[in-house]
Design a protein around this ligand. Structure first.
Ligand SMILES: [Fe+2]
Ligand SMILES: [Fe+2]
Length: 264
């Protein structure tokens, strides 16, 4: 099984630019072409939120259009830039999103389980796992304790050291970590929101974030509460799970870096 992870697509209105500079749907178009060239072909694509920039229905139309060349199933969750209801409407035909309430769900990927969480607080940049969402997670994990599981969410469930991002962090993360301690089948937690690659051990599993398909936040560990962006390379995350469920994760950099030079 090869699972491709993309995050923070920030698709804007047609012709618009985000952060004054970046035509974000161009970044997603390049990510889609990149995924199509990966060998072996990824079995599934997971997009962890900030799918569009302002939550507008027209942005979701463009998002679906740009994603449409992908042949494999694409599973999405909301981020703080999304509109829960406009996202739900845009992806209703795919059949896996709940018709009401939080946009969380579980999918059997064939030997591996995907659990997607909704961490959105409408209209706010920070995230939250409230009592209701945590209880749903606990019950859902209890349903299949033997199946290796990937949890996907927008806000990372840990402090990153990037002060500006941590000020828009996730409340309920300590409770989330306590739940993970009771469900050892969770192998990996993937997230977005911080537009950078970060990894942390969390309750015995690996938790990681991924660069955006559009633009990255500057690495700043000084405690500065501001946020700055830079055109560092976008990435696709690749999670390779072999027949023994040995799980390894790679970053595949999007961009033209020239031909491979065979050295051995
Ligand atoms: Fe984002
Ligand atoms: Fe975000």
């Amino acid at each position: 099984m090869l699972l491709a992870h993309i995050t923070d697509l920030h698709v804007g209105m047609p012709g618009s630019r985000i952060f004054h500079e970046f035509q974000s749907h161009r970044g997603l178009e390049e990510a889609v072409v990149h995924i199509q060239k990966i060998e072996p072909t990824p079995d599934v694509v997971v997009a962890t939120g900030d799918l569009v920039d302002r939550g507008h229905p027209v942005e979701y139309e463009l998002l679906r259009q740009v994603l449409s060349p992908l042949s494999q199933p694409v599973y999405v969750i909301p981020g703080n830039h999304d509109s829960r209801e406009h996202l739900r409407a845009a992806f209703a035909d795919d059949g896996y999103l709940p018709k009401e309430g939080f946009l969380h769900y579980a999918i059997d990927l064939g030997g591996v389980r995907l659990i997607a969480l909704d961490t959105v607080v409408s209209g706010k940049p920070h995230g939250k796992l409230c009592h209701e969402r945590l209880r749903w997670l606990d019950e859902t994990l209890s349903g299949q304790p033997e199946v290796p599981t990937l949890i996907a969410m927008h806000h990372p469930p840990f402090v990153t050291g990037l002060r500006g991002s941590d000020l828009m962090g996730l409340s309920g993360r300590h409770e989330f970590e306590e739940i993970l301690k009771d469900h050892r089948q969770v192998e990996h937690v993937i997230a977005g929101h911080v537009h950078r690659p970060i990894t942390r051990r969390l309750a015995g599993c690996v938790a990681s974030t991924l660069p955006s398909t559009t633009t990255q936040l500057v690495l700043d560990l000084t405690g500065n509460p501001g946020i700055a962006i830079r055109a560092e390379p976008p990435c696709v995350g690749l999670h390779f799970i072999n027949e023994n469920v040995e799980w390894v994760s790679h970053l595949s950099f999007i961009g033209d870096y020239g031909e491979a030079i065979v050295v051995a």
